[in-house]
Design a protein around this ligand. Sequence first.
Ligand code: HEM
Length: 462
Amino acid sequence: MAVSASKLPPGPKGYPLLGNMLGYARDPLGFLTRCSREYGDVVRLRFPGTLAYLFTHPDHVEQVLVKNNRNFIKDKYTRTELSVLGNGLLINEGHSWRRQRRLAQPAFHRRRVEAYGETMVGFAERLLEGWQDGEIRDVHREMMRLTLEIVAKTLLDADIAREAEGVGEALGEIMNYFSDEGSGSFLRMLPESVPIPAKLRYRRAVRRLDRIIYSIIDERRRSGADTGDLLSMLLHAEDEDGNRMDPKQLRDEVMTVVLAGHETTAIALSWTFYLLGENPDIEAKLTAELEEVLDRRAPSVRDLPRLRYADAVIKESMRLYPPAWAIGREALGECEIGGYHVPTKTQMFISQHVTHRDPRFFDDPDAFDPSRWHDGRTEDLPAYAYFPFGGGPRLCIGTNFARMEAVLLLATVAREFQLEPVTGDPPVPQPSITLRPRGGIRMKLSKRRAARHREPVERSER
Ligand code: HEM
């Protein structure tokens, strides 16, 4: 790309030495939103020893993710925060990334993904067997468990129910460590050798996840079975020289799909149930569609084309609370974007959270309004005004998987239970690697009268 611009974009000055660190660490979502509204589409941010830009205009997002993608790699913060994923698909680059992506892709083809539908609904129904009318549960925790079981079964043919608690705790520890608010950002800047308790807890959490992932891989290796799932594809793949994937790379790929493949969808569903609970008119419209399309039976993949409102509910929920709330890149070479000079090694921020709520593209941007996706209001949106799954060559490999899973699980749960928030305080988003609801979302479960009768099931572990 020709570079003619020499000017740098405007941005907040911040404090001596720390730059914008404090403002960002205190409230990342609010800080980035304010920067974009105050300084424009390209904002210069100052972090210690680092030049960083925030891009929020859809055309610039497209330039970074798609049109000029070869000039960018994952940014240095992503590489650190996702180090638990090693060199798996999310972090890998270049020739090695292309090879690994080609290897994994067949497990995510539309046909293949459709075959997972029955398993997804089956696990959701099993979860509901343990839910009682009038009970209060943390829906985020429930969804994390459910989507973890689903990703493990569909892609690795593993039954992970017994480990769900351990994975949940370890992941919580990792997310807290990388939560950008509070003192986390500062503590992480200390040298590796300084043994602060948070760092020790983080390392323990990674070791705990490692044990679970290696035991899934070892079990499959021992059985020698080729079940045709993603794990088999990875285990049996050979490179041009006939070599198998080394154990560490295999661990990194499995860890990546397990973590990337359940946390995000669980978050999308958690925020969706909260938003529905706060908006009874929208919830009633969804229920009416479920009754009409499903007529009291469980949903299946064949119903998806008719579950249009359910699809819009998920889409709108991910507009307001994008589970992946920001994407980062680093410039390999200098370039020009939006009339500004981007020097080599600039750290680039793109934030779904900021762009998805831009009033230039979405009217009444903070309102939860699924109808906007059907009534023509979003027809002329620029391509990258809405991008919960990213875009370009690094587009989320699980896009079809996640979209289908989210609608099927929403339909399965919402046709049987109504969920109401139990406190008046809205849950607070925790902008870590993902956008979890801090402390979960406690909701009261009310069984719908029209729902199919179930025998009460005694489940002490829930
Ligand atoms: C609502 C659910 C999901 C959301 C919002 C989401 C979001 C994203 C985003 C934004 C990226 C691109 C990151 C970047 O460009 O830096 C990504 C990449 C990725 N996602 Fe997802 N994801 C979801 C579900 C899933 C699922 C279900 C899986 C697997 C089963 C998955 C596996 C991955 C992998 C492996 C990558 C890296 C792909 C590559 O770089 O080749 N994700 N995801």
